[in-house]
Unconditional design. Structure first.
Length: 145
């Protein structure tokens, strides 16, 4: 079924965003919203709050706030599961061994600098889309059209 999900190109891969957009579109997703933003540490902490307490949390927050990210709304059939599948394993080095066609295999570096993020549930997708594309903004955009 047709569904929305949230995708984010992380700082390590923003320089390859052209190729990544093509890869996403060629894989059957429609990009319905997209913007480049630089998060500060507070925003990065909130975005990744589900990982609070994990050993990698502090480094992750610092990394995500280290440069701009590209946030996207993707639409497609079962897009939440299918986007996660296209991403491949979290660790790009593992991805290159196990799923060489995946986005993280092609564009990522390692377990942290893994090129892109994808929502893992309908709940996360709604939260993460709202984080980057607040409904109030959407209403304003609709008024302009
Ligand atoms: P993402 O899918 O965005 O979800 C949480 C992120 O934390 C993950 O991608 C990686 O960037 C990072 N991450 C997850 N596990 C580790 C780990 N073991 N070491 C370092 N970073 C990690």
């Amino acid at each position: 079924r047709r569904q929305r999900t949230f995708a984010m190109v992380k700082p390590d891969a923003v320089s390859k965003v052209g190729e990544i957009v093509t890869f996403i579109q060629d894989s059957g997703f429609e990009i319905t919203q997209m913007k480049m933003v630089k998060l500060d540490q507070e925003q990065a902490k909130i975005f990744y709050e589900e990982h609070l307490g994990r050993s990698f949390y502090r480094d992750l927050v610092e990394y995500i706030a280290s440069g701009p990210v590209v946030a996207m709304e993707l639409v497609g059939n079962d897009s939440i599961a299918n986007w996660r599948k296209l991403l491949g394993p979290t660790d790009s080095e593992v991805a290159r061994l196990e799923v060489p066609d995946s986005l993280r295999a092609k564009f990522g570096t390692n377990n942290q600098k893994n090129a892109a993020h994808g929502s893992d549930s309908t709940f996360s997708a709604l939260r993460e889309l709202e984080f980057f594309f607040p409904s109030e903004d959407n209403k304003k955009q609709q008024n302009i059209r």
